[in-house]
Design a protein around this ligand. Structure first.
Ligand code: SF4
Ligand code: SF4
Length: 313
């Protein structure tokens, strides 16, 4: 990452950590500190949004250039990170930068004092902000480092490194919840939506999807935009059916960050449209919509709702 790009990211609210990582305090974390609302992962899985660090350990590294990506796609390094920072350095400094940012909230009359006290002791790290964490070569060790601090982790990947997923399983450093984004119901849509920078990306994604059910809290997320990838529910269902996935999220793509230059506002599905699309897929899969959050335009499908949906802390 060069100095110009670093400055640009900082202007957008990112705080850079070391050579290739960053945090950005998310809107939901800010809202939840004011006890106004919380993110859909609080609704669905019970994580405390006010104690969550939104982070990336691979801010510019990714094999894809998805239309709905928040990143500046002109800076995409389709390769594994060389000379990586250590997991301890990264976790120490993700926490440090996040807490430093939150210190600025003291004095804001709207904050909830108890939430603020809890917020400066984060308990959860979401590895999902931008870039793909599987391109950080010490990912299993990083997950281990997060968990050793009694924190939980959510990992979202595009599924283009099945070898890294296997490594997480073999080393038993599996994230608390493991996500793969399924951005298309068929290869043609995938290539148009995600613009891969590697060969056989679609086929590699299928390989990762087959591994995903081995993770205890396995999740597939469909990020949907009208006129781009929100069609062919049968195609999505055909991919999902044999996997027996625990959690399936259907979510409207949000034209925020750089996505606003690639995805028209009118392409963003309403909650009603997300729900209708969810119902079509759920029907084919014999799943149910077990939860939803209207202002995030997201639904959660499961075979049957279960008590372990909410993470125990
Ligand atoms: S899980 Fe995501 S949306 Fe929720 S608080 Fe963490 S970073 Fe924000
Ligand atoms: S996989 Fe994620 S980081 Fe990579 S281009 Fe797509 S949305 Fe952006």
């Amino acid at each position: 990452m060069d100095g110009v790009h670093k400055k640009l990211l900082e202007k957008q609210g990112y705080r850079i950590v070391g050579k290739h990582s960053a945090i950005k305090v998310c809107l939901w974390c800010k809202r939840s500190i004011k006890a106004k609302d919380a993110c859909y992962k609080n609704t669905f899985y019970g994580i405390n949004s006010w104690q969550c660090i939104q982070s990336s350990v691979s801010i510019t590294n990714c094999y894809l250039r998805c239309k709905f990506c928040w990143r500046d796609l002109s800076i995409t390094e389709p390769e594994e990170i060389k000379d990586p920072d250590s997991p301890k350095f990264i976790v120490d400094n993700l926490i440090k930068e996040h807490v430093k940012y939150l210190q600025g909230f003291y004095g804001d009359k709207e904050i909830n004092d108890q939430r603020m006290e809890e917020a400066i002791k984060p308990r959860h790290i979401a590895l999902s902000l931008a870039g793909d964490a599987t391109l950080y070569p010490l990912l299993p060790e990083l997950i281990g480092e997060i968990h050793s601090r009694n924190m939980t982790s959510f990992l979202v990947t595009n599924g283009l490194r099945p070898d890294v997923l296997k490594k997480l399983l073999v080393t038993k450093n599996t994230p608390t919840q493991m996500y793969i984004t399924l951005a298309a119901p068929d290869k043609e849509t995938y290539l148009k939506t995600c613009n891969p920078l590697i060969d056989n990306a679609w086929e590699t994604l299928q390989e990762s999807l087959e591994i995903l059910p081995q993770f205890p809290r396995n999740t597939i997320r469909l990020t949907l935009a009208k006129g781009i990838n929100m069609h062919n529910p049968e195609g999505y269902a055909k991919i999902l059916k044999p996997l027996n996935i625990k959690f399936i999220e259907l979510k409207a793509a949000m034209p925020v960050g750089y996505a606003q230059y690639r995805v028209e506002y009118s392409s963003m599905p309403s909650h009603k449209e997300i729900k209708e699309f969810s119902e079509e897929i759920a029907k084919i899969l014999n799943y149910k919509i077990v939860n939803e959050k209207e202002n995030s335009r997201v639904t959660l499908l499961m075979k049957e709702d279960s008590e372990d949906r909410k993470i125990k802390f």
